[in-house]
Write a protein that binds this ligand. Sequence first.
Ligand code: CUA
Length: 166
Amino acid sequence: MHLHKYEKVWLTFGMASLVIFLLIIGFAAFWKGTHPQSHLETIDPNNVEAHDSFKPENLGLTEVADGKYKVNIVASAFNYDFGVDKDEKPVKTIRVPQGSTILFTATTKDVVHGFQVAGTNVNMMLEPGHISRFEAVMKNKGEFTIVCNEYCGIGHHQMFGKVEVY
Ligand code: CUA
């Protein structure tokens, strides 16, 4: 069988890139211990309140140090629970100053939900039985919509919240 010169070049290039990509993935997974973040910690999805982070009084925004915050969230169809404000109304907006570091800790009580803060690099998959964490620095001012990006049922499009960076 005769192979044209350019064909050989492209075949070699294709196979070499495949090998390189597999080596990179293998190195990251087996030597560096890089794994999907959502599988690190498990939780009983029927009793999320038993976990300290998800007790009703610990939900939502807490300042842990100067410029450092944590936000605990319990997702369920079709809502993000950020706790309640001082008037006992559900919190829908998280407000932090520009440059803050936020550690998002979230789980779900029912099905798989998404947690994406549009316009930032915050993007987690929330799986029943697992705790997802993501730390991010809010570099830019503005209003960022939190959206569920995993189809979770009839009210999927109504699942949202907001992060306001001032
Ligand atoms: Cu929750 Cu889609």
